[in-house]
Design a protein around this ligand. Structure first.
Ligand code: ZN
Length: 195
């Protein structure tokens, strides 16, 4: 009888410990649902995001790749990149900022040589579309470079907005905002892309 009572008390104690450990006030669980913004930006060494954004960086999720592109091979989007964004959205983020930057070296590399080696080809193929569009509007290399940067940012915004799984539905329902922005290293400012 004594043993039975001791086992019951032990089980109750274990149950109470589990409740206390898993309660939502646990810092780890609280952090998981506290995202606010996803910044999708270029991997090049631009100044720390801390210097650009005044928001609480504990709530900003950063997804980076060379040239801030969403790769599309044939009909299939890059599931890893979009999956990373979707994860942040499902854990609380309400807006995505696609952040490119002036004088992006990746865009310039594609302008100089549109054929990237190995897996770089996936990045080059996406960026080439923006460069082709910019070349139709100007013959000035510097103008083409800066226009290509903005067209490439807008292309990524479109890919994210129209992503047919989770993001598109949220955008349509007005629950998710996807905006473009370009960082100017000369002024240190982030501004919307030109219309
Ligand atoms: Zn860049």
């Amino acid at each position: 009888m004594h043993n039975f009572r001791r086992r019951c008390i032990m089980r109750i104690l274990i149950f109470l410990v589990l409740i206390i450990c898993c309660w939502p006030s646990c810092p780890v669980l609280a952090e998981e649902s506290s995202y606010d913004t996803v910044v999708f930006c270029c991997s090049e060494p631009i100044p720390e995001l801390k210097a650009i954004f005044t928001e609480d960086l504990g709530r900003v999720v950063v997804v980076r790749n060379m040239g801030n592109v969403i790769g599309v091979a044939g009909d299939k989007p890059d599931h890893i990149e979009i999956g990373s964004v979707e994860y942040a959205i499902e854990h609380g983020a309400k807006r995505i900022i696609v952040l490119g930057h002036k004088w992006c070296g990746v865009i310039k590399s594609v302008m100089d040589n549109p054929t990237g080696g190995g897996h770089q080809q996936a990045i080059y193929a996406v960026i080439s579309k923006s460069i082709t569009k910019a070349r139709k509007e100007s013959s000035d290399l510097e103008v083409i470079w800066q226009k290509s940067i903005e067209y490439n940012i807008k292309n990524t915004v479109t890919e994210l907005r129209e992503n047919r799984f989770i993001l598109h539905e949220l955008v349509e329902a007005g629950k998710l905002e996807v905006t473009d922005a370009v960082y100017n290293p000369e002024t240190g400012k982030v501004e919307p892309c030109a219309e």
